[in-house]
Every structure is written in C-alpha cells, then in structure tokens.
Design a protein. Structure first.
Length: 317
C-alpha cells in the first residue's frame, strides 16, 4: 500500500507548502499532491496558490518524490494542448516525477470561464476529448489536427514531448465516471466520503476493464480531535452538502460548512489522534482493494504529523 499527502493548498501561502513538501519527502511518503483551485472551499483565511506555478518549484526543491496535481480539469481554464505542453516540459526537467490527475471540474472554480455550467455528460465528453488530445500531443511524431464535438483545431506539431511515459489518473465519484476512468485513463482516484464507494466506483471500474491503480482520498488530519473537527467545520465540511456543488461563492460555502455537526464530520473525514487511527483507516482502504491511500491534510501541526509518520506509521506499510 502506497501512502501520500495532498497538501491541498487552501490554508497557507505557497512558500509554506514548499517547506511541507520537503518534510513529506524526508518522512518517506510515496508522493505529494497539490490542489488546482482558483478559489478555496471557504473564505475566511482561505488561500489558493496556483498549482501549475507551485508544482515545478516544489519539484526543484525536493529530490525525488513524485508530485502531482489533485486534480485538474483539462478544459475551461486550460486548453488540453496547453496542459500537454506544460506536462511535457515538466517531464523533461524532472523526468518521471510529475503525476497527472484529471477530472470534470468544479462549478466554483470553472464558472468564470464558461457562460453556462455544462451537464456532467457534456463535461465528461470534453474530458474524453481532452485526454485524447493530450495523449496524441505526447506521442505523435507528425503534425496532427482534431475535429471533436468540443475541440477542433488545424494541424499542430508537438515540439516538446515527455521523456517518460505519461499516466493519467482520473477522478470518479460514481458509476458513470468510473466507467470513463476505466476506458480512457490509466488509473482511478476516488473519495472515501462517497457512499458505497467500493460497489459504486471501485468495482465498476474493474468490471469495465480498469486495471490500473486505485487511489483513495480522504480529507483528514492528525492531532487534537476537537481542533480538527472545528477546522473542518469552517472549511471542507461544505462538501457534505449536495447543494454546495452548485455554489459559486466561498463565503456561502463556509456558511454551509458551519452547519455540519460533529457526528457528520467524524463520520465523513479522518480525525486521527494516534498512529493507530491512521493505520486503521489505511487497513480499511486495503480491504476495499485500494493501492494508494491519500490524505488531504488539514492538520494544524503538519510538521509533527510527518515526523511521527516517519517512525510510527510508514514503517508499518
């Protein structure tokens, strides 16, 4: 079982997270992830460093740990050709270390770039086309054009291509997106908070030919339980409410989050006070058939968490 940390990037500025990435590597985790958000899920104290600036800096200031985007929609804010070029360039500078996570996007982050928020099926078609374009850019040795439903362009040539094989990790939170990941991506990432996630996502992924790694993500933290519950109540707890996914304003998202009860938060998120709490959660993921467990870390004392993980958690894996 691999175990990694998503730094998220919503509580502090970019320099802070560079320092934490170095600590994550020193502790011996398997990867670092960073969220791609133009807005955080909450307003007061929220931050939103740009992932595509932060990740190359983090790669340069760490030694070997893989660092990935968690996750980016290769649409709306970014044309897939631009992302394909960016990823190829990063791979030339840091071969094999960048991890590409993709998804269909969040209304909150994409609404400035679209006149009307598309349905999931329309976004899914766009994602499939985007993946196709990116793979062609990385692999083609000829000029190539594209004529799809959402993307169309005259011939272009990929003057920068990756030096290592690129793998795409696709986010899925239901059966339809699990099927998409199985057919068009190399690996699957899903969320611990999804109801019946093994049956509705992981099993569907495998049943439709998905044979890549399964990544499982939870929002959680290490330390005093009451403090962690309070922090989540003022930030990520809005993700428990279905109406939040149609909301555009982080101020409203924060107000929604503050209605979550202690029980709702402890049921949905990882509140870990001991190494055994973390290891028990990882064991649950292994029983589900997960290959790679990821915590989006909301700990107040992140440095202490990573130092303790180095001696009390990671050796057990």
């Amino acid at each position: 079982m691999d175990f990694s940390i998503d730094l998220g990037g919503m509580y502090e500025g970019p320099r802070y997270y560079i320092d934490r990435a170095q600590e994550v590597e020193a502790a011996g985790f398997d990867a670092v992830w960073f969220g791609d958000h133009i807005q955080p899920w909450f307003h007061e104290g929220g931050r939103a460093p740009f992932a595509w600036s932060w990740i190359p800096a983090a790669l340069e200031q760490t030694d070997a740990i893989p660092i990935g985007v968690w996750v980016t929609p290769p649409m709306y804010r970014y044309h897939p050709l631009v992302l394909a070029n960016a990823i190829a360039t990063i791979d030339q500078l840091q071969p094999g270390r960048f991890l590409t996570g993709v998804g269909t996007g969040e209304h909150m982050n994409e609404h400035p770039f679209v006149e009307e928020w598309p349905s999931w099926s329309e976004r899914a078609r766009g994602l499939v086309e985007s993946i196709d374009i990116m793979r062609t850019y990385w692999e083609s040795d000829e000029f190539f054009s594209y004529d799809g439903q959402q993307y169309s362009f005259d011939p272009v040539y990929a003057y920068e291509q990756p030096v290592t094989e690129q793998q795409i990790i696709c986010s899925a939170t239901g059966p339809d997106s699990a099927r998409l990941a199985a057919r068009h991506a190399d690996h699957l990432v899903t969320l611990d908070v999804v109801p019946d996630v093994k049956e509705r996502v992981i099993d569907v992924y495998h049943d439709h030919g998905g044979d890549g790694d399964v990544y499982m993500q939870t929002v959680g933290g290490y330390g005093d339980a009451d403090a962690l519950i309070d922090r989540i109540r003022h930030s990520f707890a809005s993700t428990l409410k279905p109406e939040s996914f149609d909301e555009l304003d982080p101020r409203e998202l924060q107000r929604t989050a503050e209605t979550a009860t202690d029980a709702e938060i402890t049921d949905a998120f990882l509140i870990a006070e001991t190494p055994d709490d973390v290891l028990a959660w990882i064991d649950e993921q292994e029983e589900r058939g997960v290959d790679h467990a990821v915590i989006t870390d909301v700990s107040y004392e992140q440095s202490a968490f990573y130092a303790e993980a180095a001696t009390e958690i990671l050796p057990s894996l």
